[in-house]
Design a protein around this ligand. Structure first.
Ligand code: NAD
Length: 463
Protein backbone atom coordinates (compact mmCIF):
# COMPACT_ATOMS: atom_id res chain seq x y z
CA UNK A 1 0.00 0.00 0.00
CA UNK A 2 1.48 3.38 -0.94
CA UNK A 3 1.26 6.55 1.19
CA UNK A 4 -1.78 7.97 -0.58
CA UNK A 5 -3.72 4.73 -0.20
CA UNK A 6 -2.80 4.52 3.48
CA UNK A 7 -3.96 8.09 4.09
CA UNK A 8 -7.26 7.41 2.29
CA UNK A 9 -7.81 4.31 4.44
CA UNK A 10 -7.15 6.20 7.70
CA UNK A 11 -9.53 8.99 6.67
CA UNK A 12 -12.23 6.42 5.87
CA UNK A 13 -11.82 4.77 9.29
CA UNK A 14 -11.97 8.10 11.14
CA UNK A 15 -14.99 9.32 9.17
CA UNK A 16 -16.83 6.04 9.79
CA UNK A 17 -16.05 6.21 13.52
CA UNK A 18 -17.38 9.76 13.73
CA UNK A 19 -20.50 9.43 11.60
CA UNK A 20 -21.45 6.02 13.00
CA UNK A 21 -21.65 7.34 16.53
CA UNK A 22 -23.15 10.82 16.43
CA UNK A 23 -23.04 12.88 19.60
CA UNK A 24 -26.35 13.53 21.36
CA UNK A 25 -27.63 17.09 21.55
CA UNK A 26 -27.14 19.02 24.77
CA UNK A 27 -29.84 21.06 26.50
CA UNK A 28 -27.67 24.13 25.86
CA UNK A 29 -24.02 24.58 24.81
CA UNK A 30 -22.06 21.76 26.42
CA UNK A 31 -24.62 21.11 29.21
CA UNK A 32 -26.14 17.61 29.02
CA UNK A 33 -28.96 15.90 30.92
CA UNK A 34 -26.82 12.93 31.95
CA UNK A 35 -23.20 11.87 32.39
CA UNK A 36 -23.22 9.17 29.68
CA UNK A 37 -24.35 11.49 26.89
CA UNK A 38 -21.99 14.26 28.02
CA UNK A 39 -18.93 11.98 28.02
CA UNK A 40 -19.95 10.44 24.70
CA UNK A 41 -20.29 13.89 23.13
CA UNK A 42 -16.89 14.98 24.52
CA UNK A 43 -15.37 11.77 23.14
CA UNK A 44 -16.76 12.47 19.67
CA UNK A 45 -15.43 16.02 19.93
CA UNK A 46 -12.00 14.69 20.89
CA UNK A 47 -11.86 12.43 17.82
CA UNK A 48 -12.49 15.44 15.59
CA UNK A 49 -10.15 17.71 17.57
CA UNK A 50 -7.39 15.13 17.11
CA UNK A 51 -7.61 15.76 13.36
CA UNK A 52 -7.32 19.54 13.75
CA UNK A 53 -4.08 21.46 13.30
CA UNK A 54 -2.27 23.14 16.17
CA UNK A 55 -3.39 26.52 14.83
CA UNK A 56 -6.99 25.60 15.72
CA UNK A 57 -5.96 25.02 19.34
CA UNK A 58 -4.11 28.37 19.35
CA UNK A 59 -7.13 30.12 17.86
CA UNK A 60 -9.35 28.74 20.65
CA UNK A 61 -6.94 29.92 23.37
CA UNK A 62 -6.64 33.38 21.75
CA UNK A 63 -10.42 33.69 21.47
CA UNK A 64 -10.93 32.58 25.08
CA UNK A 65 -8.50 35.28 26.25
CA UNK A 66 -10.29 38.01 24.28
CA UNK A 67 -13.94 36.92 24.72
CA UNK A 68 -13.79 36.00 28.42
CA UNK A 69 -11.83 39.14 29.36
CA UNK A 70 -14.85 41.51 29.42
CA UNK A 71 -16.87 38.91 31.38
CA UNK A 72 -14.41 38.41 34.24
CA UNK A 73 -16.05 40.94 36.57
CA UNK A 74 -19.40 39.25 36.07
CA UNK A 75 -17.98 35.78 36.78
CA UNK A 76 -16.09 37.07 39.83
CA UNK A 77 -19.24 38.69 41.26
CA UNK A 78 -21.32 35.60 40.48
CA UNK A 79 -18.74 33.23 42.00
CA UNK A 80 -18.56 35.17 45.26
CA UNK A 81 -22.36 35.54 45.47
CA UNK A 82 -23.25 31.92 44.68
CA UNK A 83 -20.64 30.26 46.90
CA UNK A 84 -20.90 32.88 49.67
CA UNK A 85 -17.12 32.58 49.98
CA UNK A 86 -14.30 35.00 49.25
CA UNK A 87 -14.73 38.42 47.67
CA UNK A 88 -15.35 39.57 44.10
CA UNK A 89 -12.37 41.97 43.95
CA UNK A 90 -9.80 39.25 44.70
CA UNK A 91 -11.65 36.69 42.61
CA UNK A 92 -11.32 39.12 39.69
CA UNK A 93 -7.52 39.15 40.14
CA UNK A 94 -7.46 35.35 40.29
CA UNK A 95 -9.66 34.98 37.18
CA UNK A 96 -7.55 37.55 35.31
CA UNK A 97 -4.36 35.68 36.17
CA UNK A 98 -5.91 32.39 35.04
CA UNK A 99 -7.10 33.88 31.75
CA UNK A 100 -4.02 35.89 30.84
CA UNK A 101 -1.19 33.91 32.39
CA UNK A 102 -2.01 30.23 31.75
CA UNK A 103 0.30 28.99 28.99
CA UNK A 104 -1.17 27.73 25.73
CA UNK A 105 0.16 25.52 22.93
CA UNK A 106 3.68 26.98 23.31
CA UNK A 107 3.98 24.94 26.51
CA UNK A 108 4.19 21.73 24.46
CA UNK A 109 7.86 21.78 23.58
CA UNK A 110 9.31 19.01 21.41
CA UNK A 111 12.68 17.46 22.15
CA UNK A 112 14.74 15.42 19.69
CA UNK A 113 17.68 13.02 19.87
CA UNK A 114 19.70 12.35 16.76
CA UNK A 115 22.69 10.12 16.01
CA UNK A 116 24.03 7.44 13.70
CA UNK A 117 20.96 5.31 14.39
CA UNK A 118 18.51 7.98 13.22
CA UNK A 119 16.20 10.37 15.06
CA UNK A 120 13.89 10.22 18.06
CA UNK A 121 11.19 12.79 18.74
CA UNK A 122 9.59 13.21 22.15
CA UNK A 123 6.27 14.99 21.76
CA UNK A 124 3.36 15.85 24.02
CA UNK A 125 0.18 14.30 22.72
CA UNK A 126 -3.34 14.41 24.20
CA UNK A 127 -4.95 11.84 26.50
CA UNK A 128 -8.55 12.10 25.21
CA UNK A 129 -11.47 13.20 27.40
CA UNK A 130 -10.24 14.56 30.73
CA UNK A 131 -12.59 14.40 33.73
CA UNK A 132 -11.80 17.67 35.51
CA UNK A 133 -13.22 18.00 39.04
CA UNK A 134 -13.18 21.61 40.27
CA UNK A 135 -13.47 23.11 43.77
CA UNK A 136 -15.92 25.59 45.26
CA UNK A 137 -13.06 27.76 46.53
CA UNK A 138 -11.74 28.74 43.06
CA UNK A 139 -14.68 27.71 40.85
CA UNK A 140 -14.29 29.88 37.74
CA UNK A 141 -10.51 30.33 38.13
CA UNK A 142 -9.99 26.56 37.92
CA UNK A 143 -12.37 26.13 34.97
CA UNK A 144 -10.60 28.90 33.01
CA UNK A 145 -7.13 27.62 33.92
CA UNK A 146 -7.95 23.95 33.22
CA UNK A 147 -9.74 24.77 29.94
CA UNK A 148 -6.74 26.64 28.54
CA UNK A 149 -4.23 23.99 29.67
CA UNK A 150 -6.26 20.95 28.61
CA UNK A 151 -7.52 22.31 25.26
CA UNK A 152 -4.00 23.54 24.41
CA UNK A 153 -2.81 19.97 24.97
CA UNK A 154 -5.43 18.68 22.50
CA UNK A 155 -7.92 17.11 24.92
CA UNK A 156 -11.64 17.57 25.33
CA UNK A 157 -13.00 18.10 28.86
CA UNK A 158 -15.85 16.87 31.02
CA UNK A 159 -16.12 19.29 33.96
CA UNK A 160 -17.48 18.19 37.35
CA UNK A 161 -17.99 21.48 39.17
CA UNK A 162 -18.79 21.65 42.88
CA UNK A 163 -22.61 21.61 43.38
CA UNK A 164 -22.21 24.77 45.51
CA UNK A 165 -20.89 26.65 42.47
CA UNK A 166 -23.24 25.09 39.92
CA UNK A 167 -24.83 28.16 38.31
CA UNK A 168 -21.66 30.14 37.71
CA UNK A 169 -19.74 27.06 36.57
CA UNK A 170 -22.39 25.96 34.06
CA UNK A 171 -22.64 29.46 32.62
CA UNK A 172 -18.87 29.64 32.17
CA UNK A 173 -18.58 26.11 30.70
CA UNK A 174 -21.31 26.95 28.15
CA UNK A 175 -19.51 30.12 27.16
CA UNK A 176 -16.17 28.31 26.77
CA UNK A 177 -17.88 25.60 24.69
CA UNK A 178 -19.37 28.18 22.33
CA UNK A 179 -16.03 30.02 21.93
CA UNK A 180 -14.28 26.71 21.19
CA UNK A 181 -17.00 25.81 18.66
CA UNK A 182 -16.69 29.17 16.88
CA UNK A 183 -12.96 28.65 16.40
CA UNK A 184 -12.93 24.94 15.54
CA UNK A 185 -16.34 24.02 14.15
CA UNK A 186 -16.38 21.21 16.76
CA UNK A 187 -19.19 21.05 19.29
CA UNK A 188 -18.79 19.74 22.84
CA UNK A 189 -15.06 20.14 23.36
CA UNK A 190 -16.06 21.22 26.87
CA UNK A 191 -19.08 19.61 28.54
CA UNK A 192 -20.83 19.09 31.85
CA UNK A 193 -24.23 18.01 33.18
CA UNK A 194 -27.20 20.14 34.22
CA UNK A 195 -27.10 18.69 37.77
CA UNK A 196 -23.44 18.27 38.79
CA UNK A 197 -24.11 16.16 41.88
CA UNK A 198 -21.56 14.04 43.80
CA UNK A 199 -23.23 10.97 42.24
CA UNK A 200 -22.68 12.41 38.75
CA UNK A 201 -19.00 12.95 39.59
CA UNK A 202 -18.65 9.37 40.80
CA UNK A 203 -20.37 8.09 37.65
CA UNK A 204 -18.02 10.16 35.48
CA UNK A 205 -14.99 8.74 37.30
CA UNK A 206 -16.08 5.22 36.28
CA UNK A 207 -16.84 6.02 32.62
CA UNK A 208 -14.72 4.06 30.14
CA UNK A 209 -14.20 7.08 27.87
CA UNK A 210 -12.63 9.22 30.58
CA UNK A 211 -8.92 8.88 29.87
CA UNK A 212 -7.56 10.91 32.79
CA UNK A 213 -8.89 12.47 35.99
CA UNK A 214 -7.68 15.92 37.06
CA UNK A 215 -8.97 16.48 40.58
CA UNK A 216 -8.70 19.83 42.34
CA UNK A 217 -10.21 19.61 45.80
CA UNK A 218 -9.93 18.27 49.32
CA UNK A 219 -8.36 14.99 50.48
CA UNK A 220 -11.57 12.90 50.27
CA UNK A 221 -12.23 13.44 46.57
CA UNK A 222 -8.55 13.08 45.66
CA UNK A 223 -8.29 9.72 47.43
CA UNK A 224 -11.61 8.61 45.90
CA UNK A 225 -10.18 9.38 42.44
CA UNK A 226 -7.00 7.49 43.21
CA UNK A 227 -9.06 4.37 43.88
CA UNK A 228 -10.75 4.65 40.45
CA UNK A 229 -8.06 2.69 38.64
CA UNK A 230 -7.59 5.57 36.19
CA UNK A 231 -4.59 7.83 35.89
CA UNK A 232 -5.13 10.74 38.29
CA UNK A 233 -3.56 14.17 38.52
CA UNK A 234 -4.52 15.00 42.09
CA UNK A 235 -4.40 18.56 43.40
CA UNK A 236 -5.21 18.20 47.07
CA UNK A 237 -5.30 20.18 50.28
CA UNK A 238 -2.41 22.09 51.79
CA UNK A 239 -1.61 23.87 55.06
CA UNK A 240 1.13 26.32 54.07
CA UNK A 241 3.35 27.50 56.93
CA UNK A 242 5.09 30.87 56.67
CA UNK A 243 8.48 30.94 58.40
CA UNK A 244 10.08 34.27 59.41
CA UNK A 245 13.62 34.45 60.80
CA UNK A 246 15.56 37.29 62.44
CA UNK A 247 17.36 38.24 59.19
CA UNK A 248 14.11 39.01 57.32
CA UNK A 249 13.03 42.47 56.18
CA UNK A 250 10.29 42.61 58.81
CA UNK A 251 8.25 45.45 57.28
CA UNK A 252 8.10 43.73 53.89
CA UNK A 253 7.44 40.35 55.51
CA UNK A 254 4.52 41.83 57.48
CA UNK A 255 3.01 43.45 54.39
CA UNK A 256 3.43 40.30 52.26
CA UNK A 257 1.97 38.00 54.92
CA UNK A 258 -1.13 40.17 55.47
CA UNK A 259 -1.66 40.50 51.69
CA UNK A 260 -1.24 36.76 51.08
CA UNK A 261 -3.29 35.53 54.05
CA UNK A 262 -6.14 38.01 53.50
CA UNK A 263 -6.34 37.36 49.72
CA UNK A 264 -9.86 36.13 48.83
CA UNK A 265 -10.41 35.70 52.59
CA UNK A 266 -7.71 33.01 52.74
CA UNK A 267 -9.52 30.62 50.36
CA UNK A 268 -6.54 29.80 48.11
CA UNK A 269 -4.95 26.47 49.00
CA UNK A 270 -1.56 28.23 48.71
CA UNK A 271 -2.39 31.06 51.18
CA UNK A 272 -0.40 31.47 54.42
CA UNK A 273 -2.20 29.31 57.01
CA UNK A 274 0.17 29.97 59.95
CA UNK A 275 3.12 32.22 60.81
CA UNK A 276 6.11 30.70 62.59
CA UNK A 277 8.41 33.48 63.75
CA UNK A 278 11.73 33.56 65.59
CA UNK A 279 11.07 35.04 69.03
CA UNK A 280 13.49 37.97 68.86
CA UNK A 281 11.58 39.56 65.92
CA UNK A 282 8.07 38.33 66.79
CA UNK A 283 6.91 41.52 68.56
CA UNK A 284 8.04 43.69 65.68
CA UNK A 285 6.43 41.43 63.07
CA UNK A 286 3.08 41.35 64.88
CA UNK A 287 3.19 45.13 65.40
CA UNK A 288 3.95 45.69 61.70
CA UNK A 289 1.19 43.33 60.57
CA UNK A 290 -1.23 45.45 62.60
CA UNK A 291 0.07 48.51 60.73
CA UNK A 292 -1.10 46.73 57.54
CA UNK A 293 -4.65 46.36 58.90
CA UNK A 294 -4.45 43.03 60.69
CA UNK A 295 -6.16 42.84 64.10
CA UNK A 296 -4.42 41.05 66.97
CA UNK A 297 -7.09 39.37 69.11
CA UNK A 298 -6.71 38.70 72.83
CA UNK A 299 -6.26 35.11 74.13
CA UNK A 300 -9.92 35.14 75.31
CA UNK A 301 -11.13 36.32 71.91
CA UNK A 302 -8.95 33.66 70.23
CA UNK A 303 -10.76 30.98 72.27
CA UNK A 304 -14.17 32.36 71.20
CA UNK A 305 -13.06 32.41 67.55
CA UNK A 306 -11.75 28.87 67.80
CA UNK A 307 -15.07 27.77 69.26
CA UNK A 308 -17.00 29.01 66.19
CA UNK A 309 -14.42 28.51 63.42
CA UNK A 310 -13.57 24.90 64.17
CA UNK A 311 -15.92 21.96 64.64
CA UNK A 312 -15.50 19.56 67.58
CA UNK A 313 -13.63 16.92 65.52
CA UNK A 314 -11.01 19.57 64.69
CA UNK A 315 -12.02 20.43 61.11
CA UNK A 316 -13.04 23.86 59.79
CA UNK A 317 -16.64 25.01 60.27
CA UNK A 318 -17.88 25.03 56.64
CA UNK A 319 -20.36 27.82 57.44
CA UNK A 320 -17.43 30.18 58.05
CA UNK A 321 -15.01 29.01 55.34
CA UNK A 322 -14.11 31.96 53.08
CA UNK A 323 -15.91 34.57 55.21
CA UNK A 324 -14.43 37.99 55.98
CA UNK A 325 -12.54 38.84 59.18
CA UNK A 326 -15.52 40.99 60.25
CA UNK A 327 -17.90 38.05 59.72
CA UNK A 328 -15.69 35.80 61.86
CA UNK A 329 -15.64 38.39 64.68
CA UNK A 330 -19.43 38.75 64.52
CA UNK A 331 -19.92 34.97 64.59
CA UNK A 332 -17.75 34.82 67.71
CA UNK A 333 -19.70 37.64 69.39
CA UNK A 334 -16.73 40.04 69.27
CA UNK A 335 -17.42 43.69 68.30
CA UNK A 336 -16.05 44.68 64.90
CA UNK A 337 -13.83 47.81 65.07
CA UNK A 338 -14.84 50.91 63.06
CA UNK A 339 -12.36 50.12 60.32
CA UNK A 340 -12.94 46.44 59.54
CA UNK A 341 -9.64 44.48 59.67
CA UNK A 342 -8.32 42.58 56.64
CA UNK A 343 -7.02 39.73 58.77
CA UNK A 344 -7.22 38.44 62.35
CA UNK A 345 -4.03 37.40 64.19
CA UNK A 346 -4.03 35.05 67.17
CA UNK A 347 -0.87 34.22 69.14
CA UNK A 348 -1.12 30.52 69.98
CA UNK A 349 0.94 27.50 70.99
CA UNK A 350 2.61 25.27 68.39
CA UNK A 351 0.08 22.45 68.77
CA UNK A 352 -3.01 24.66 68.61
CA UNK A 353 -5.74 23.33 66.24
CA UNK A 354 -5.71 26.71 64.47
CA UNK A 355 -2.15 25.86 63.39
CA UNK A 356 -2.72 22.23 62.44
CA UNK A 357 -6.10 22.70 60.63
CA UNK A 358 -6.55 23.97 57.07
CA UNK A 359 -9.23 26.54 57.97
CA UNK A 360 -9.48 28.63 54.76
CA UNK A 361 -10.43 31.68 56.88
CA UNK A 362 -8.69 35.05 57.45
CA UNK A 363 -7.71 34.00 60.98
CA UNK A 364 -3.95 33.57 61.05
CA UNK A 365 -2.28 31.81 64.01
CA UNK A 366 1.15 33.15 64.99
CA UNK A 367 3.60 30.86 66.82
CA UNK A 368 6.89 32.00 68.42
CA UNK A 369 9.90 29.71 68.20
CA UNK A 370 13.32 30.15 69.86
CA UNK A 371 15.34 29.96 66.63
CA UNK A 372 15.32 29.06 62.93
CA UNK A 373 15.98 25.35 63.50
CA UNK A 374 12.97 25.04 65.80
CA UNK A 375 10.90 27.01 63.30
CA UNK A 376 11.83 24.71 60.44
CA UNK A 377 10.97 21.62 62.51
CA UNK A 378 7.56 23.11 63.29
CA UNK A 379 6.97 24.12 59.65
CA UNK A 380 7.65 20.52 58.59
CA UNK A 381 5.15 19.31 61.16
CA UNK A 382 2.30 21.68 60.26
CA UNK A 383 2.72 21.10 56.51
CA UNK A 384 1.80 17.47 57.31
CA UNK A 385 3.99 16.15 54.47
CA UNK A 386 1.44 17.35 51.93
CA UNK A 387 4.26 18.82 49.79
CA UNK A 388 1.95 21.68 48.80
CA UNK A 389 3.20 25.22 49.56
CA UNK A 390 5.49 26.95 52.06
CA UNK A 391 6.60 30.57 52.40
CA UNK A 392 9.73 31.92 54.06
CA UNK A 393 11.02 35.41 54.83
CA UNK A 394 14.77 35.55 55.39
CA UNK A 395 17.90 37.14 53.98
CA UNK A 396 19.94 34.03 54.78
CA UNK A 397 20.35 32.08 51.53
CA UNK A 398 21.63 28.92 53.22
CA UNK A 399 18.57 28.79 55.44
CA UNK A 400 16.23 29.46 52.51
CA UNK A 401 17.86 26.60 50.62
CA UNK A 402 17.71 24.24 53.58
CA UNK A 403 14.03 24.95 54.21
CA UNK A 404 13.12 24.57 50.52
CA UNK A 405 15.03 21.29 50.34
CA UNK A 406 13.55 19.76 53.51
CA UNK A 407 9.97 20.92 53.06
CA UNK A 408 9.83 19.52 49.49
CA UNK A 409 6.76 21.59 48.71
CA UNK A 410 5.46 21.99 45.13
CA UNK A 411 5.61 25.77 45.68
CA UNK A 412 8.17 27.54 47.89
CA UNK A 413 7.90 31.33 47.99
CA UNK A 414 10.89 33.31 49.24
CA UNK A 415 10.33 36.86 50.50
CA UNK A 416 6.95 37.43 48.89
CA UNK A 417 3.23 36.88 49.41
CA UNK A 418 2.01 33.30 48.82
CA UNK A 419 0.20 34.25 45.61
CA UNK A 420 3.54 35.09 43.98
CA UNK A 421 3.82 31.29 43.77
CA UNK A 422 1.01 31.14 41.20
CA UNK A 423 2.28 33.97 39.04
CA UNK A 424 0.30 36.79 40.69
CA UNK A 425 2.84 39.56 41.35
CA UNK A 426 5.64 37.03 40.87
CA UNK A 427 7.46 35.45 37.96
CA UNK A 428 6.07 32.36 36.26
CA UNK A 429 2.83 31.05 34.80
CA UNK A 430 -0.47 30.77 36.62
CA UNK A 431 -2.14 27.56 37.69
CA UNK A 432 -5.06 26.74 39.94
CA UNK A 433 -4.38 23.00 39.93
CA UNK A 434 -1.28 22.29 42.02
CA UNK A 435 -0.85 18.55 41.86
CA UNK A 436 0.54 17.60 45.24
CA UNK A 437 -0.20 13.93 46.15
CA UNK A 438 0.54 12.77 42.58
CA UNK A 439 3.62 14.98 42.25
CA UNK A 440 3.14 16.95 39.00
CA UNK A 441 3.28 20.24 40.95
CA UNK A 442 2.20 23.43 39.19
CA UNK A 443 0.25 22.10 36.19
CA UNK A 444 0.18 23.50 32.64
CA UNK A 445 -0.65 22.16 29.16
CA UNK A 446 2.23 19.67 29.12
CA UNK A 447 0.98 18.10 32.37
CA UNK A 448 -2.23 17.11 30.58
CA UNK A 449 -0.41 15.41 27.71
CA UNK A 450 1.37 12.10 27.29
CA UNK A 451 5.02 12.13 26.39
CA UNK A 452 5.35 9.91 23.30
CA UNK A 453 8.43 8.72 21.52
CA UNK A 454 8.53 8.67 17.72
CA UNK A 455 11.53 6.97 16.10
CA UNK A 456 12.90 7.32 12.59
CA UNK A 457 15.68 4.89 11.80
CA UNK A 458 18.60 5.59 9.47
CA UNK A 459 19.34 9.22 8.88
CA UNK A 460 17.91 12.61 9.74
CA UNK A 461 21.06 13.58 11.57
CA UNK A 462 23.01 16.37 9.93
CA UNK A 463 25.76 16.69 12.53
P1 NAD B 1 -14.17 19.57 48.06
O1 NAD B 1 -13.24 18.42 48.23
O2 NAD B 1 -15.35 19.68 48.94
O3 NAD B 1 -14.73 19.57 46.55
C1 NAD B 1 -13.87 19.46 45.44
C2 NAD B 1 -14.59 18.76 44.30
O4 NAD B 1 -14.82 17.42 44.67
C3 NAD B 1 -15.95 19.36 43.97
O5 NAD B 1 -16.17 19.35 42.59
C4 NAD B 1 -16.92 18.42 44.66
O6 NAD B 1 -18.15 18.38 44.00
C5 NAD B 1 -16.19 17.09 44.54
N1 NAD B 1 -16.56 16.18 45.62
C6 NAD B 1 -16.32 16.37 46.94
N2 NAD B 1 -16.78 15.31 47.64
C7 NAD B 1 -17.31 14.44 46.74
C8 NAD B 1 -17.94 13.17 46.82
N3 NAD B 1 -18.16 12.56 47.99
N4 NAD B 1 -18.35 12.56 45.68
C9 NAD B 1 -18.15 13.17 44.49
N5 NAD B 1 -17.57 14.37 44.35
C10 NAD B 1 -17.17 14.99 45.44
O7 NAD B 1 -13.26 20.87 48.12
P2 NAD B 1 -13.69 22.41 48.14
O8 NAD B 1 -14.18 22.77 49.50
O9 NAD B 1 -14.54 22.72 47.00
O10 NAD B 1 -12.25 23.03 47.93
C11 NAD B 1 -11.34 23.23 48.98
C12 NAD B 1 -10.29 22.16 49.09
O11 NAD B 1 -9.63 21.98 47.85
C13 NAD B 1 -9.21 22.56 50.08
O12 NAD B 1 -8.80 21.44 50.81
C14 NAD B 1 -8.10 23.10 49.19
O13 NAD B 1 -6.82 23.04 49.77
C15 NAD B 1 -8.22 22.19 48.01
N6 NAD B 1 -7.70 22.83 46.81
C16 NAD B 1 -6.52 22.39 46.30
C17 NAD B 1 -6.00 22.99 45.18
C18 NAD B 1 -4.70 22.55 44.59
O14 NAD B 1 -4.37 23.03 43.52
N7 NAD B 1 -3.95 21.66 45.21
C19 NAD B 1 -6.67 24.07 44.59
C20 NAD B 1 -7.88 24.49 45.15
C21 NAD B 1 -8.40 23.86 46.25
Amino acid sequence: MNNTELETLIRAIVTQKLSGNEAPSPACNGVFPDVGSAVQAAHQAFLRYQQSPLKTRSAIIRALRSELGPQLQHFSDAGATETGMGNAADKYLKNKAALENTPGVEDLTTTALTGDGGMVLFEYSPFGVIGAITPSTNPTETIINNSISMLAAGNSIYFSPHPGAKEVSLELISLIESVAFKCSGIRNLVVTVAEPTFEATQQMMRHENIALLAITGGPAIVSMGMKSGKKVIGAGAGNPPCLVDETADIVKAAQDIVSGAAFDYNLPCIAEKSVIVVDCVADRLVQQMQAFDALLVTPEQAEKLKHVCLVPDGGANKQLVGKSAAALLTAAGIPVPGKAPRLLLAEVAADDPLVTTEQLMPLLPVVRVPDFDAGLQLALKVEHGLHHTAIMHSENVSRLNLAARLLQTSIFVKNGPSYAGIGVGGEGFTTFTIATPTGEGTTSARTFARSRRCVLTNGFSIR
